[in-house]
Design a binder for this molecule. Structure first.
Ligand code: 6R9
Length: 662
């Protein structure tokens, strides 16, 4: 069921062809700032170069890394879709992220400006990071961790999270980072699947002004297995912890007695670097496996290209959690491989006040900011006056990731955070892709609010219909990747068959991303949300993203989540959950006004049948709305798995809004 926007709707509907192509009517355009373009790291030539010789292009990017043995082979695709990149090369990922910057004379450069939620701060230079990673690598070795083993990491947003990841990488062990908000069950499932030998955690972390415990969940999870030999505990909050003698060890004690020297061993480019679990909508979480040389090449290149990073002068800040792939590729690996100076913040954006992010930007002179649409919409809801109180003039590039960004949120970000000056890079990618795939280049691309636009140099992506035919410009369907890329997932840990079934069986020889997309008349790509979320109303496919963007473009709506609920007459009916802006009040008149607003933006068929104002929406830690749960509510079903929600009490609140689904 491709989304055919060229089809007429028929059946007496009065919707014109363009009416469902709302996003494609977006006509605002923003040219790259001349100054940035003139000094940009990457110019339009990169697209040409990569087009002429894709593998040669990636071989050249691999030379950004320091290899102990330079690869002579770029891609081995002899057993597709099982790829090997740079297979005969050898390198140490941690050496690339740390030691080589010290050896190049940049040991005094700050790698991490850590800002704790309670206001404590700490600057860690590359030389200090090298010592810490070396000590941690020695500590893991002392605890019996060897090349090829798995280590689970369950930490708050503190520098030790980065140190732990790099220490694993340094000794060739794969880390499996579990979100600090997940339950004991989620930790246990991940420990079991990867057969982790050691778990690294902390007593707790600060969230919303209070210490929040982490170790009890680990104790509960680890107690279910014999396989976990040690639990290393970072002291962050100083709160009381239960202690299992022999198994539990304080991080500061074990690392404190180690020498700060550790010789990094070079591993094969295809050495597993990490496993990261994606929840998916149903079933057991998938352990996405990433390896070393190709992953680091693309993480480093994209960070350099898409943020135009100048390591000597930029201050970069990615607000993601380390437990999300964005934290892996754009806090730990990409920026550190590039020798960047970055900010790391422990807490929530409204602690102790709603200006915290902007205070941090001002304090450190942040130049490159990477955040998610969910955060941007929250800031919109809090009001323009909050960022206006801070000096944000240091900013020069703004990034977005995690969901399609609604055009209104994009415009708000550009104006209120970027001072109408900074290019916005909307970056599409996934845990599975390892690094950015579709995004504007800030010195090249004329940007369009709401679109990720173009595959990066060296990346091949397009939109196909049900029969795998590429759709023409103006058409809609499924996003696919048509050529292998260096940071692609290598498999699902322990389940090659599921890897083949999930990503490579929908369309022959193409990677199926699971996202709906459209191409506009220039051939630029617009992402429309997960295919699972597409609604089928009276035989017509309607994207949740488009209806949500239409709702958010109304001045009284801050956030919207739209689902299709089973309906006797129309197959599915559109149900919208909306969060109103500050002073707007909920009444019959407003609901009618919103329905009409969507109707005039998208056509009558897209008018939600029901609109329910709510206080909060259910979200994952990476800010994605869990529409599956809202569908359960709208269809009066018992709620499915809520273990990956940030705050499961949100669902209780929402359910009280819906006494019965009519
Ligand atoms: C990096 C990350 C992947 C899914 C992806 C898509 C959505 C991410 C997006 C975007 C539109 C963007 N997504 N970035 N949709 N525009 N710029 O988010 O990884 O957590 O695995 O999620 O997120 O639906 O398929 P992950």
């Amino acid at each position: 069921m491709a989304w055919d926007t060229t089809d007429t709707l028929g059946k007496g509907d009065v919707v014109s062809n363009e009416s469902l192509a709302n996003l494609l009517r977006e006509e605002r355009r923003f040219a790259p700032p001349a100054e940035l373009a003139a000094a940009a790291n990457v110019t339009a030539e990169a697209y040409e170069q990569a087009k002429a010789d894709r593998l040669g292009f990636w071989a050249e990017q691999a030379r950004r890394l320091t290899w102990e043995t330079e690869p002579t082979e770029t891609l081995d695709w002899s057993n597709p879709p099982f790829a090997k990149w740079f297979a005969d090369g050898k390198l140490n990922v941690a050496y690339n992220c740390v030691d080589r910057h010290v050896e190049a004379g940049n040991g005094d450069r700050v790698a991490i400006h850590f800002e704790g939620e309670p206001g404590d701060s700490r600057a860690i230079t590359y030389a200090e990071l090298k010592d810490e990673v070396s000590r941690a690598a020695n500590a893991l070795t002392e605890l019996g961790v060897r090349k090829g083993d798995r280590v689970a990491v369950y930490l708050p947003m503190i520098p030790e999270a980065v140190v732990a990841m790099l220490a694993c990488a340094r000794i060739g062990a794969a880390h499996s980072v579990v979100f600090g908000g997940f339950s004991a069950d989620a930790i246990a499932a991940r420990i079991a699947d990867a057969d982790a030998k050691v778990v690294i955690t902390s007593d707790g972390g600060y969230r919303r002004g209070k210490p929040s415990a982490l170790k009890p969940a680990v104790d509960d999870a680890v107690g279910r297995f014999d396989s976990v030999e040690h639990v290393l505990v970072v002291r962050r909050t100083g709160q009381d912890v239960a202690w299992t003698e022999g198994r539990d060890q304080w991080w500061h004690e074990v690392t404190g007695r180690q020498p700060a020297e550790h010789t990094p061993e070079a591993f094969d480019a295809e050495q597993p670097l990490f496993i990261l679990y994606t929840s998916g909508t149903t079933g057991k979480p998938k352990g996405i496996l990433h390896t070393s040389g190709g992953y680091l090449t693309q993480a480093a290149y994209t960070h350099h290209a898409v943020f135009d990073l100048k390591p000597e002068t930029d201050v970069y800040w990615c607000t993601a959690d380390i437990g999300w792939v964005t934290g892996h590729s754009y806090i730990t690996y990409g920026p550190l491989a590039n020798g960047a100076t970055q900010v790391m913040y422990e807490g929530t954006p409204d602690t102790p006040h709603q200006g915290r992010f902007w205070e941090i930007v001002q304090k450190y002179g942040v130049t490159l900011l990477y955040t998610a649409p969910t955060a941007i919409r929250t800031f919109m809801k809090w009001g323009d006056d909050i960022p206006a109180k801070y000096d944000l003039s240091s900013l020069r590039v703004l990034g977005s990731v995690g969901e399609p960004i609604n055009p209104e949120a994009w415009m708000w970000y550009r104006k209120n955070i970027g001072g109408d000056r900074c290019p916005i890079v909307d970056t599409w990618w996934q845990t599975e892709t390892g690094a950015m795939m579709i995004a504007p280049l800030p010195g090249v691309t004329e940007t369009k609010p709401g679109s990720a636009q173009v595959p990066l140099p060296g990346i091949a992506a397009t939109v196909v219909d049900d029969e795998a035919n590429e759709v023409p410009d103006g058409g809609g369907g499924y996003l696919v990747l048509t050529e292998p890329w260096p940071s692609m997932l290598r498999t699902i840990w322990g389940d090659d068959q599921r890897f083949l079934d999930t990503y490579w069986s929908r369309f022959p020889e193409k990677y199926f991303a699971g996202d709906g997309a459209k191409k506009d008349d220039d051939g630029d790509i617009w992402l429309l949300g997960r295919v699972d979320d597409v609604m089928l109303v009276s035989g017509h496919n309607i994207s949740t993203t488009e209806v949500e963007s239409a709702l958010v473009s109304h001045p009284k709506v801050a956030e919207a989540a739209v689902v299709g609920a089973a309906d006797e007459t129309t197959g599915q009916a559109i149900v919208a959950f909306v969060i109103l802006r500050g002073t707007a009040s909920e009444d019959e008149g407003l609901v009618a006004e919103l329905r009409n607003h969507v109707g005039s933006a998208l056509g009558p068929i897209a008018k939600p049948k029901r609109i329910l104002p709510v206080a909060e929406l259910p979200k994952t830690r990476s800010g994605k709305i869990m529409r599956r749960l809202l569908r359960d509510v709208a269809e009066n079903r018992e709620l499915g798995d809520v273990t990956t929600l940030t705050d499961s009490s949100v669902m209780d609140l929402i359910q009280t809004k819906l006494p019965s689904a009519s």
